[in-house]
Design a protein around this ligand. Structure first.
Ligand SMILES: [Ca+2]
Ligand SMILES: [Ca+2]
Ligand SMILES: [Ca+2]
Ligand SMILES: [Ca+2]
Length: 465
């Protein structure tokens, strides 16, 4: 069993960024994935989605300078389409350190399953996906296979694989939202100018598990702003964004600031590390798989340059996950990092929404420009903090036009950016969380409440003595 060590030893197992070598692809081409009932998101489908959203917005686009996020989400033809696998017959297994792939293969075949090799990029061999073709979507059978696997020697956890959705509001709902002007009033509302006079985040890193980063020539997130990147969806070392979500989240967290161009990022001089695991879904949303998310949290937690994790995503409401629970616990207790996660956009009372509802994680909901809770923002005992997410300006790939983004996905990175400013002042993770919550501007009834947590972010106050 892995022992959770006190924070004093946390740096020991972290990877030095300078020593890092690019991930080497040793697995077969993704094309083989189509043979196993994969969901192929073709370039054609992506173009159709873009055409549809452009069509819907065209009537309104003339009057408003900024577009909506959906309008610019996917730059057509920029790179090959991502392939998101179908996960219904799969179990995610986390193996103990030292277990070999042969051990895992033997165990899988003893239960009539097989290790899906192309989903195991070099460097994350202890997180494996085992497919049981015979299950044919039988959830009870998959659950029983997972239980059997979890008892096997060398296994830390085994659980059914599932879909993880990013917490942004898909296309059409954007158009019913009131629009503001293209300014970043959200940053003043949460006290960022006052915070920047105390810290500009130099030396701090924000780790993001999402759909990737804009192209290298993109002015607001140039190479000098990126600490490290990887792509566990395609098993390569370039986290190209085909969905726009990761670009918008990253820009809110740490767009190049004070450069006489575009937008400001909450983290000012902080940098980002991106682990790509998600892409555009056929339903218009953005999502990835549970095994991809586990790999990303593991990869990000080991970056010594990363101080804060931003997870603008969630499993299905009510779904538990031993694998994700363990990685989040490690990230906080073994590696001493702050974890920020969005609370979700169902607009309902919720108790369990991983990862935001896991112990220690800062769960962030959305407020609008009048500092009221956004109607879509989930509420419940796991809500800690609020930040603007009801039409905040962010920058999205390619044409560098401002776009409005809606969803708790876009609230979280502003909190992560503020956490990075605190980290640059050498506060530790516990101190950072404490400062963020204690300095929040109360909403609703005095003190913490389930609708709005401790209230909305006041980063200037979080940084004052
Ligand atoms: Ca890639
Ligand atoms: Ca800028
Ligand atoms: Ca780990
Ligand atoms: Ca309150």
């Amino acid at each position: 069993m892995l022992t959770i060590r006190p924070q004093t030893s946390k740096r020991l197992r972290q990877v030095s960024e300078k020593a890092e070598v690019p991930m080497i692809v040793t697995r077969p081409s993704r094309a083989s994935a189509t043979k196993r009932n994969s969901l192929r998101i073709t370039a054609l489908l992506v173009s159709v989605l873009v055409a549809a959203s452009l069509g819907t917005v065209s009537a309104k686009a003339q009057s408003a300078a900024p577009g909506t996020l959906s309008e610019q989400l996917v730059p057509p033809g920029r790179s090959a389409a991502d392939t998101l696998p179908s996960v219904e017959n799969e179990v995610v297994v986390v193996m103990k350190d030292g277990a070999s792939i042969e051990d895992t293969r033997r165990m899988a075949s003893s239960l009539n399953g097989r290790v899906v090799e192309e989903r195991s990029p070099a460097g994350s061999e202890k997180i494996e996906v085992i497919e049981f073709k015979e299950a044919r979507g039988d959830k009870a059978l998959i659950a029983s296979k997972a239980r059997e696997l979890s008892q096997a020697p060398g296994v830390i956890s085994a659980e059914p694989n599932s879909l993880v959705e990013m917490h942004y509001r898909p296309n059409d709902t954007f158009f019913s939202q009131p629009r503001g002007s293209a300014n970043q009033g959200n940053l003043s509302l949460i006290g960022m100018p006052a915070a920047w006079s105390k810290s500009k985040g130099a030396g701090a890193g924000i780790g993001i598990a999402d759909s990737g980063l804009p192209p290298r020539n993109y002015g607001e997130l140039p190479a000098t702003k990126v600490l490290a990147q990887t792509d566990v969806l395609n098993g390569d070392s370039v986290a190209e964004d085909n969905a726009g979500h990761g670009s918008a989240v990253s820009a809110l967290a740490a767009a190049k600031t004070d450069n006489r161009f575009g937008m400001a990022g909450a983290g000012f001089n902080a940098k980002v590390a991106m682990c790509k695991f998600s892409t555009r879904l056929p339903n218009g949303g953005v999502g990835g798989t549970k095994d991809g998310l586990i790999k990303c949290i593991d990869w990000l937690q080991k970056r010594s340059s990363v101080d804060v994790l931003n997870l603008s995503l969630g499993l299905a409401k009510g779904e538990t996950s031993p694998g994700i629970t363990r990685e989040i616990k490690e990230t906080q207790e073994l590696y001493g990092k702050v974890v920020v996660a969005s609370v979700g956009n169902d607009g309902t009372y919720t108790r369990t929404q991983l990862p935001a509802s896991l112990p220690g994680v800062i769960g962030v909901g959305s407020i609008d420009s009048r500092s009221s809770r956004s109607s879509f923002s989930n509420y419940g005992p796991y809500v800690d903090l609020m930040a603007p997410g009801n039409g905040v300006v962010s920058y999205v790939v390619q044409n560098e036009k401002p776009a409005f983004a809606f969803g708790t996905s876009f609230s979280a990175p502003q909190v992560a950016g503020c956490a990075a400013l605190l980290s640059a002042k050498n506060y530790n993770a516990g101190q950072i969380k404490n400062r963020l919550l204690k300095s929040a501007t109360n909403m609703g009834p005095a003190g913490r409440d389930d609708q709005t947590g401790y209230g909305y972010l006041n980063c200037g106050k979080a940084l004052s003595n």
